[in-house]
Design a binder for this molecule. Structure first.
Ligand code: GTR
Length: 363
């Protein structure tokens, strides 16, 4: 397993200063160049937020805000529709927020609250005093391989041949999460210094990359993210790098395909992606029957990231045994739980994320 605390030249990193002043940047660039790809734009020069607030939701306990995030680039305009339910208590004091990168279609984020989904239990999130925010990843980039013409690639990519490190679809979704954060920072009802980004499966891989690249997210939650998410690729069961690249050729950058059946040649592994989140909080959740994602390898992602957390005097989970089902392990810096059942994100998962946030994010 590559050592997060050893620079490419072999020099050891012994302090958080040394991590911050060189090694962190090196690891971030490696993930950009070899795995997710680099985007041509961060916060676009031309970005606008159109907000439509309405009162009286959830029995009067919430305000609904429908936000259109409009980003303009050389290829036209992209609109990400962000939906928020904010507890009315936010009028007295800004509230922390959970932002879900929704990869399961807009039926899980019904603005009218006629159709409720445990995948995004907005009522339960608001009841615990958090703002519930969500966007549909397809707004930023539809989840199919069209040669990177649609979505934000079509809006921002320079003309000509794409380099091997050009951003893939997961990087585009992560970019959109950062644009949602741009909005949250403008909303006086939200405490943007206490915002969590959450994703399930392909969305969980996205949440990790969003949180690694954008240090404004105070908590990163990765549910059943598996291959190229929280699970280390070396020795992983279930899905491999070859399988993910073959089935989803648009998710990562072209350079990543060099590691098909060749994970030991990668200069990084997924624990280093988690390490990039330090000293902010990271939460990984697995499910007992989700062997394609491989719970043990997801847990190892946290274990091997722990030395980076220790540089900041935070506990991490190194040395602790993997917990059994429904025995959450929450330390300062890292949270983990294993849910009994299959590949999904349920209200049980959300309640544990909120337990963690209440304890370590809120004062
Ligand atoms: C699977 C894929 C996984 C995971 C999952 C999902 O088909 O192999 O890596 O991302 O989809 O997003 O539900």
């Amino acid at each position: 397993m590559p050592d997060p605390l050893r620079k490419l030249g072999g020099k050891a990193v012994a302090s958080s200063e040394e991590w911050e002043q060189g090694r962190r940047e090196e690891v971030l660039r490696l993930f950009e160049e070899r795995v997710f790809g680099a985007g041509p734009v961060g916060r676009p020069r031309r970005i606008a937020f159109e907000v439509k607030p309405t009162e009286g939701w959830m029995g009067g306990s919430a305000v609904r805000k429908q936000v259109r995030i409009r980003s303009e680039g050389p290829g036209g305009e992209n609109v990400v529709r962000l939906l928020l339910f904010v507890p009315v208590s936010a009028k007295e004091r800004p509230v922390p927020a959970f932002l879900l990168i929704n990869n399961r279609g807009s039926e899980h984020m019904d603005a009218a609250r006629e159709k409720r989904s445990p995948f995004w239990p907005a009522e339960a999130i608001v009841a615990r005093g958090f703002a519930a925010a969500v966007f549909d990843n397809a707004d930023a980039d539809p989840d199919h391989h069209d040669g990177f013409r649609d979505g934000v690639h079509g809006v921002f990519d320079p003309p000509g041949e794409r380099p091997g490190h050009a951003w893939g679809t997961i990087a585009a979704w992560a970019w959109a999460a950062s644009r949602a954060m741009d909005y949250l920072e403008t909303d006086h009802h939200i405490d943007a210094s206490k915002a969590a980004v959450v994703g399930h499966s392909r969305g969980g891989k996205t949440a990790l990359w969003a949180g690694a690249a954008d240090r404004r997210f105070a908590l990163v939650v990765s549910n059943n993210s598996g291959c190229t998410g929280a699970a280390v690729s070396r020795g992983k069961g279930g899905e491999t790098i070859r399988q993910i690249n073959d089935r989803f050729p648009h998710w990562f950058c072209e350079n990543y395909k060099a590691y098909n059946d060749n994970e030991y040649a990668l200069p990084v592994d997924q624990h280093m992606l988690i390490g990039l989140i330090a000293p902010r909080h990271v939460y990984v959740a697995s499910a007992t029957e989700d062997l394609w994602a491989d719970p043990e390898s997801e847990f190892l992602g946290l274990t091997f990231a722990s030395p980076v957390y220790r540089l900041y005097g935070m506990d991490g989970i190194a040395g602790l045994p993997m917990p059994t089902a429904e025995q959450p392990l929450h330390t300062n810096g890292m949270g983990y739980h294993l849910r009994a059942g299959g590949h999904d994100m349920t209200e049980y998962d959300w309640q544990r994320f909120m337990d963690y946030a209440e304890r370590f994010l809120c004062d």
